[in-house]
Write a protein that binds this ligand. Structure first.
Ligand code: SF4
Length: 323
């Protein structure tokens, strides 16, 4: 770490310029990493920024499947991440062999994969989705065709409820961070802040029961919003409430507070922190830019089909605003 008058942030910018790199940070990264990045956002929005930039190197501060998605959309660019061991419990919930077996058992089904999946799983899927367009993606599939939805059970349940389809099979995966945000956490926080707006990510363990509780009148339906991270930011920008309760990974609070300094954003569960996201440190980011590691590479036979699944999603609608 530089110790003289040069800060580590200055060093990051200097090294990035020298390497012709842009630095992207996911909304769940530590605030210091978000603040030093060129762009902050959800995984797919960042990958699309990466594809548009003239920079020859993309430094992705996030988790492994996100850097893979950036590589899929920019195969000619060098994609680096500060620590390639930063995985994702949700993406790890299904591997390519498990998906092939599921497809063999359901040969007429259309496979819809949330972007929180490995490139190899995307390559075995028909179309991808984000949390903000999952319903729209499934609605493009003819009503009579069965759907295999993976890997998030809470998002899958949300899609099943919203589309009213009974031919959607859902893989029983979950993100350990979101699943740990419980209906009891929601009830406790809403009781303590009865006038607050409630922003809930559809991956949360509480999302399904939140919709049910709102329907039963236990939560205020007009102040209960199931939103992707991009949707949360858009809602924050126009919010006039004094307090908002946020059910997602706590890194999101940094961007929400910047988008609207007049509203107090409180976590529904302050322990909801993703250890994989927090693996990116200033030291590792500096190492990444100095040494050009860790580089993300993908086998050629994975790139074309995985990219096709992502591009099919982009072609049908509003792809931004995933996790
Ligand atoms: S918060 Fe959950 S879904 Fe997101 S990267 Fe971490 S483990 Fe994966």
């Amino acid at each position: 770490m530089p110790t003289t008058t040069t800060t580590w942030q200055d060093e990051i910018r200097k090294l990035a310029r020298a390497r012709d790199a842009i630095v992207l940070a996911h909304n769940y990264q530590e605030p210091a990493i978000q603040d030093v990045a060129d762009f902050v956002g959800d995984s797919l929005a960042l990958s699309r920024i990466a594809a548009r930039t003239d920079a020859s190197t993309i430094v992705f501060c996030g988790v492994h499947f996100m850097a893979e998605t950036a590589k899929l959309l920019s195969p000619e660019k060098t994609v680096l991440m500060p620590d390639a061991r930063a995985g994702c419990s949700l993406a790890d919930a299904i591997d390519v062999e498990q998906l092939r077996a599921w497809k063999r058992a359901n040969p007429s089904a259309v496979v819809v994969a949330y972007v929180n999946t490995s490139a190899a799983v995307k390559a075995e899927s028909d179309i991808c989705c984000t949390s903000s367009n999952a319903v729209e993606v499934v609605e493009t599939i003819p009503a009579g065709r069965p759907v295999l939805f993976l890997p998030d059970q809470f998002l899958g349940e949300h899609v099943r409820r919203r589309t009213g389809r009974d031919n959607i099979s859902v893989w029983l995966g979950e993100c350990h961070v979101h699943a740990a945000i419980s209906p009891r956490d929601i009830r406790t926080m809403v009781a303590a802040h009865p006038d607050a707006e409630l922003l809930v990510h559809p991956e949360c363990g509480c999302a399904t029961s939140t919709v049910w509780l709102a329907g039963e009148g236990e939560l205020p339906p007009e102040r209960t919003h199931i939103l992707s991270t991009g949707g949360m930011l858009a809602a924050a920008r126009t919010m006039t409430a004094r307090t908002a309760l946020v059910a997602t990974e706590i890194g999101m609070l940094h961007q929400l507070g910047k988008a609207n300094p007049h509203t107090r954003f409180l976590p529904v569960n302050p322990q909801a922190s993703c250890r994989f996201m927090k693996m990116t440190t200033p030291e590792l980011l500096l190492r990444c830019l100095r040494e050009g590691r860790d580089e993300i590479t993908l086998p050629a036979e994975v790139v074309a089909p995985a990219r096709r699944a992502v591009e099919r999603m982009i072609a049908i609608g509003t792809p931004g605003g995933g996790e």
